[in-house]
Ligand binder design. Sequence first.
Ligand code: TYD
Length: 225
Amino acid sequence: MPDDGPLDLPTGAANARNGLFVAFEGGEGAGKSTQVRLLCEWLAARGRPVRATVEPGGTPVGAAVRAIVLDRAHTGLAPRAEALLYAADRAQHAHAVLHPALEAGEVVVTDRYVDSSLAYQGAGRTIPMDDVAALSRWATGGLRPDLTVLLDLPPELGLARARGRAAADRLESESLDFHQRVRETFRALAAAACERYLVLDATRPVDELAADVRARVGALLGVPA
Ligand code: TYD
C-alpha cells in the first residue's frame, strides 16, 4: 500500500490544529477507562472543552465493527481481516470524531489508538509492523497523539482483573504468550519515542496514577495540576 495516498497529510499538517490529542494504551485490565474518565473530569472542571472517546467503537459505525471483532463466535476471523476491521473503525473515528474535535480546539482523550493495532495485530497476530503502521497511517491521514499514556501491567494481572469484570471476549481469550508480546510491543513503542510517552506502572493506586497524568497533561496545556 502506498504511504502517500490522497488521505496522507504532509508531515506536521496532520497535527496542525488547536486541540490536544492524548491516547491511553495498555493491555487488558490496565485501568485505561478509569484514567480517561478521571482526566476528562479534571479538564472539564477547569473549563477545557474535552472529548472522551474509545477504539474500537467510538462512532455508530465503529460500534458495529466492535461487535464483530470482540464476538467470540468469530473464531475463524483471519488476522488480515481483523487488522482491516480495526483500521476501518479507526478511519471512521478519525473522520467523524478526532479530526473535527481537534480542529475545534478540544482536548481529545482516546481509550486505545494506533499502538493497540501495532501491539495486537502486529506483535500478537504477527502481521508485519510496517504493514500495520501503514494501514493506520492511511486510515487516519497520519494523525498522531501529542501524548500517549501507557498503563503498563503484567498480562497475568490484567487478564485476571478483566475476567473478574465480564466473560472474556475474543481477544482476552488469547494465550498468555500473545498478551506478553502485546505488552512488550507497547513498551518498545514507548521506549523508541519517550518524549511523546508517559509510561506508568499500572499496579500503583488509581489516584497516584491520575495525579501523574494530570501533571504531564497540565504541563502540555499550561494548566496547573
Ligand atoms: P475492550 O473491551 O475495549 O478492551 P479494553 O477495555 O482492554 O480496552 O476491547 C478492545 C479489544 O480490542 C482489546 O482486546 C484490544 C483489541 N484491539 C486490537 O486488537 N487492535 C486495535 O487496534 C484496538 C483499538 C483494540
